[in-house]
Design a protein around this ligand. Structure first.
Ligand SMILES: [Zn+2]
Length: 301
C-alpha cells in the first residue's frame, strides 16, 4: 500500500512539474498547525516532506504562522514546535506586527503569499502543507498548488484539484494536437486515451479485411520488421555455436587426419605453426622416444 501511494505521489509531482513548472528544491509553505502536528506525531518534518514529494525540499514558514506558535508558547509541546519552526526558512509575508497586532489567519496569510495578485495563479510555485481544511479548500481554487496534510501520523499529498486538472487537460490537448500535426505514429502510442486505442484497433482490423492500399502496407511493414527482429538472432547464434562446438570437438579428437586433409583449405598460418610445432616436437619426440628407452636402458645397465 505504501509503495503504491509513493508511486502515485511521484507521478503527481511529475504532473505538477510538467504542467506548472515545479522544480526542485520544492518550496513548501508550512503552517503553524503542521509544525505542531509533526512534533505531536514525532515526525521529522523535512524528511517526511522530502519523501512525500519525492524531491529536495525547502520548508518555509510565514511570519504570521511563527508568531502564532510564539503566542502559544505556554501550551505543552509548543516549545519543541517553535524550535522546529526556527529551523525553517522564514517567508516574509509582510504582515508586520506594527501594522497587524494580531497575525493574520492562516487562510488570509497563505492566500496573500501564494497568490499575491489574486489571479488564481501559484506565482512562486509553492507546495502548501496545511492542517486546516479551510486553507486547503481555498488553495484548491488556485491553479497548481500541491497540498499536503498529516492524517493519523501519515503524510498525505492530495490529488490534483479540479482547477489544476483542467489546466493540465487543456495542456495535454494542446500537446495532442501538436503531435497530431507532427508525427501520426508517435501520438497513437504516447499519450492517447483508451478511445484512440480502440479506434486504432478497429481501423487495423478493417484495413486487414478491406486490403486498403497504403495503410495495409504500413501494417505489413511493421509486422515484418518485428518478425525479423525476433527471428534473426536465435537461429544464427544457435547454428554458429553448434558448428563451433563440433569443430572444437573434432579437432582434438582427430588431429592427424585434419592435418593431412585440410591444410590447403584452412588458414595456412595456423597449420604452419602446428606443423612446425608438430614436426619439431614430433622429431624430438620420436628422438626422445627412441632415445628414452636407450637412456633408460643405459641408466639401468
Ligand atoms: Zn502573514
Amino acid at each position: 500500500m505504501r509503495g503504491k501511494r509513493s508511486k502515485q505521489y511521484r507521478k503527481l509531482m511529475e504532473q505538477f512539474s510538467m504542467t506548472f513548472g515545479f522544480r526542485e528544491p520544492y518550496q513548501v509553505l508550512v503552517d503553524a498547525e503542521m509544525v505542531r502536528d509533526s512534533c505531536r506525531f514525532k515526525m521529522d518534518l523535512a524528511p517526511a516532506l522530502h519523501r512525500t514529494v519525492h524531491g529536495e525540499v525547502k520548508a518555509m514558514i510565514t511570519q504570521c504562522e511563527i508568531r502564532k506558535l510564539y503566542a502559544q508558547n505556554k501550551e505543552s509541546g509548543v516549545v519543541e514546535a517553535i524550535d522546529l519552526a526556527k529551523t525553517l526558512e522564514r517567508r516574509r509575508c509582510g504582515h508586520h506586527p506594527d501594522q497587524y497586532p494580531e497575525p493574520l489567519s492562516t487562510e488570509e496569510c497563505m492566500k496573500s503569499v501564494v497568490d499575491p495578485k489574486g489571479t488564481n495563479q501559484n506565482k512562486h510555485r509553492y507546495v502548501v502543507a496545511s492542517q486546516s481544511q479551510e486553507v486547503r479548500r481555498m488553495l484548491r481554487g488556485i491553479k497548481g498548488v500541491p497540498l499536503i496534510y498529516i492524517k493519523r501520523s501519515v503524510m498525505i499529498l492530495e490529488p490534483m484539484a479540479d482547477e489544476s486538472v483542467q489546466v493540465r487537460a487543456r495542456e495535454e490537448r494542446g500537446k495532442f494536437r501538436a503531435e497530431l500535426r507532427g508525427s501520426l505514429g508517435k501520438r497513437k502510442r504516447d499519450e492517447d486515451s483508451e478511445d484512440d486505442e480502440k479506434d486504432g484497433g478497429e481501423k487495423g482490423k478493417k484495413e486487414k479485411k478491406g486490403a486498403d492500399g497504403k495503410a495495409t502496407q504500413g501494417d505489413d511493414k511493421t509486422k515484418k520488421k518485428k518478425g525479423y527482429g525476433r527471428k534473426e538472432p536465435n537461429p544464427l547464434s544457435v547454428q554458429k555455436n553448434k558448428k563451433q562446438d563440433q569443430q572444437k570437438r573434432e579437432r582434438p579428437q582427430k588431429p592427424a587426419e585434419l592435418d593431412k586433409k585440410e591444410p590447403e583449405q584452412e588458414g595456412p598460418a595456423k597449420r604452419k605453426r602446428r606443423r612446425k610445432a608438430k614436426t619439431g616436437s614430433g622429431e624430438t619426440g620420436e628422438g626422445q622416444e627412441s632415445a628414452a628407452p636407450a637412456e633408460a636402458a643405459s641408466g639401468e645397465s
